[in-house]
Design a protein around this ligand. Structure first.
Ligand SMILES: [Zn+2]
Ligand SMILES: [Zn+2]
Length: 213
């Protein structure tokens, strides 16, 4: 499985554009690509996809973590180009999308063979649990329900291996002890502290980061 960060507050290579928000593409053998969140701005998202050789028309499912603009703002841009993607929306994100298959997420749900939603936690946000040979990799939007809750929900799908996404103000760093790979992205307030504490397993996140799982 492969996760590519396509929208983030920082960029990792020339030609890509940063913006406040988060979006990542998930690719797996034999499965059509899935997009997790869409950033704040359609043109930035589509620009980065083009630069990263990602065809938005191929995306088969779009998962929205929560209703904030920095995760939903690019959605209309993607949907104007992509005709096939079905939507997995947390029940707190109430929007109608005519002619789209929509799954309203409340409890945990399987999205693709090895891709699961934790379910909408605390009534605000869902995260993804990716089942890989190395263990479960967690993808978060802003982590508003709190990373402790998110990690506990993701651990129901198997032993945790790593995490990427926005961690917001999370600072209970002992919860990261069992993880082998940590990408603090987007809104993570304590990026530097995480890098300092977990030097051997935390990596800088930004548009263009590719996580091979
Ligand atoms: Zn955010
Ligand atoms: Zn948010």
């Amino acid at each position: 499985m492969k996760v590519t960060v396509v929208y983030d507050n920082e960029v990792r290579s020339v030609g890509l554009r940063e913006g406040h928000g988060f979006s990542a593409l998930i690719e797996d053998e034999g499965v059509s690509p899935l997009l997790f969140d869409t950033g704040a701005d359609g043109p930035i998202l589509l620009h980065n996809m083009k630069e990263l050789n990602i065809d938005p028309r191929d995306i088969n499912a779009i998962v929205i973590s929560h209703a904030h603009d920095d995760h939903t703002g690019g959605l209309s841009g993607i949907l104007s180009i992509n005709e096939v993607g079905e939507l997995y929306l947390p029940s707190s994100f109430r929007r109608a999308f005519p002619r789209r298959k929509i799954t309203e997420v409340k409890g945990p749900v399987q999205i693709r063979e090895n891709i699961f939603s934790t379910g909408e936690l605390e009534g605000v946000e869902q995260s993804l649990a990716l089942k890989t040979a190395k263990g479960v990799f967690v993808l978060t939007g802003c982590a508003h329900p709190g990373l402790g809750r998110i990690l506990a929900a993701a651990a129901k799908f198997g032993e945790l291996y790593g995490i990427a996404g926005g961690f917001h103000g999370f600072h209970d760093f002992k919860l990261f002890k069992g993880l082998s790979l940590i990408y603090p992205c987007h809104c993570t307030r304590y990026k530097q502290e995480i890098r300092d504490l977990f030097r051997d397993r935390s990596l800088e996140c930004g548009v263009g980061s590719v996580i091979e799982l």
